[in-house]
Design a protein around this ligand. Structure first.
Ligand code: CP
Length: 308
């Protein structure tokens, strides 16, 4: 059972907890597909969404998840809050706690920030991406999308190509997928693969071909231009030509392999438009999985708070 006040990362979550979230998320996804958008699992609860970084998918899907479950959702933009006047994260957390918020969903550019907030507040904290550390609900929605296609994650080969160094999505997927029995193959320029990924269980490949060969899932990751130091690769054009995935390379994966990308996508850089819009692309389906996974995480954390 998910008995957690907070959901901060997949590094310390068990396969059983992941399965519990995915099972419930699948139920929610089926209900949303049937047009159900009014549920009462979080009736009377408040979910505050506190983002110190830009977002489209994560922020809106947490808001939708909270509202579909009957909660009140409140959005705070750091740029228009008292953070802009110098308020610390801890003081912001104390303020939100004093208002009796039940859950705080936070995205922050500093790795570890949600851990600090979680220690400070009584509210349950959900990490919506902290720097280059983790993005747990993104990896959970990726796993839900894969599991819906394949029935199980065990034994799948997941090829992850792109900016692994700056990717919180890559780390959360690695932690989660390894626990669920999948193989994770990674490929990027050496400058975009952090040391130690192999020790965490990733297979570091020497070529795109090696990573894609026999893959069940091809996951592209965005080149994070906003976090890039100079010198990681010569130019976006050369990155695309030497490290990106096009339809010819995609054909090295299994015939029914699916294409994933957490978004936002740099079209024509990590993936060509032909791959992004391919009939086997599940990129839009990932977005719906995101609403369902966030509904499941909030519901299970709420039950844990009630002691169920
Ligand atoms: N995948 C993801 O985190 O997207 P956003 O930055 O749009 O939330």
């Amino acid at each position: 059972m998910l008995k957690r006040k907070d959901l901060l990362g997949l590094i310390d979550i068990s396969a059983e907890e992941i399965t519990e979230i995915l099972d419930l998320a699948q139920e929610f996804k089926n209900r949303i597909k049937r047009g159900e958008k009014k549920m009462n699992h979080l009736d009377g609860k408040t979910v505050t969404i506190l983002f110190y970084e830009n977002s489209t998918r994560t922020r809106t899907s947490f808001e939708q998840a909270a509202k579909y479950l009957g909660a009140t959702a409140i959005n705070i933009e750091a740029s228009t809050s008292s953070v802009a006047k110098g308020e610390t994260l801890v003081d912001t957390g104390k303020t939100l706690d004093a208002q009796r918020n039940d859950f705080i969903v936070m995205r922050h550019p500093m790795g570890g920030a949600p851990y600090l907030l979680a220690k400070t507040v009584k509210a349950g904290v959900l990490n919506a991406g902290d720097g280059i550390n983790e993005h747990p609900t993104q990896a959970l929605l990726d796993m839900l999308t894969m599991r819906e296609v394949y029935g199980s994650l065990k034994g799948l080969k997941v090829a992850i190509l792109g900016d692994i160094k700056h990717s919180r999505v890559a780390k959360s997927n690695l932690f989660g997928l390894k626990k669920m029995g999948a193989e994770v193959a990674m490929y990027a320029p050496q400058t975009l693969i952090p040391k130690g990924m192999d020790q965490l269980g990733a297979k570091i490949c020497k070529s795109r071909q090696e990573a894609l060969d026999g893959a069940d899932v091809v996951m592209g990751l965005r080149i994070q231009l906003e976090r890039q130091e100079a010198g990681n690769f010569p130019s976006l054009g050369e990155y695309a030509a030497n490290y990106g995935v096009n339809e010819e390379l995609l054909s090295l994966a299994k015939p029914n392999a699916i294409v994933l990308h957490p978004g936002p996508v740099n079209r024509g850089v990590e993936l060509t438009s032909g791959v992004i819009d391919h009939e086997r692309s599940h990129i839009e389906d990932q977005v719906l999985s995101g609403v369902a996974v966030r509904m499941a995480a909030l519901t299970l954390m709420n039950e844990a708070r009630r002691g169920n």
